[in-house]
Design a protein around this ligand. Sequence first.
Ligand SMILES: O=C[C@H](O)[C@H](O)[C@H](O)COP(=O)(O)O
Length: 213
Amino acid sequence: MSNANEKRQAGEAAIRYVEDGSIVGVGTGSTVAFFIEALADLRHRIQGAVSSSEQSTAHLTRLGIPVLDLNAAGPLSLYIDGADECDPHKRLIKGGGAALTREKIVAAAARKFVCIIDSSKQVDLLGAFPLPIEVIPMARSLVAREIVKLGGQPVWRDGVVTDNGNWIIDVHGWRIADPVALESELNQLAGVVTVGLFARRPADVVLLGDREI
Ligand SMILES: O=C[C@H](O)[C@H](O)[C@H](O)COP(=O)(O)O
């Protein structure tokens, strides 16, 4: 089965976790786009969505799904999002679409995080996909030097500005044996806004296509 078909299956299968009357946390990306399309059929049965990006907000709005502010919504029962890599412990690399910061915020606000992937995202060890890190623009070189000291190869995603007005560094060359420790260590660097490792708060459920793994 093609990756696109598996993404569609995963996006549609995630609908079974949506409860009537709830506010749904919605991630970003091509897999989530299938979820948003399916969610539109249920729009009269939910209160609305909290969005993790301007891209998803535009998609949700176009389909008539109310987009709510997280501060007003409070704790969420459910967050649905894709990933760039997923290990056997449901720890993730995210941020290939530069939406990692708001994704991490909405994931943290949710009781259950259902991650929807295709088989190309499954890995034994995180790090073949370059690790995205959102940085304050003035700290780009500073953070890059610190990453080199930690053995990574930082590459500035030139031309990309996040929804929060920041920049992205993609770190190549890491095979991440201890994602929880690395996430914590990188979070301490001055100028780092968000690390694209979702290890301290992994997914609760992973759907590969329509199959829970
Ligand atoms: O910043 C983007 C997000 O973390 C996405 O969830 C991730 O890049 C996966 O996207 P896609 O479903 O398009 O492969």
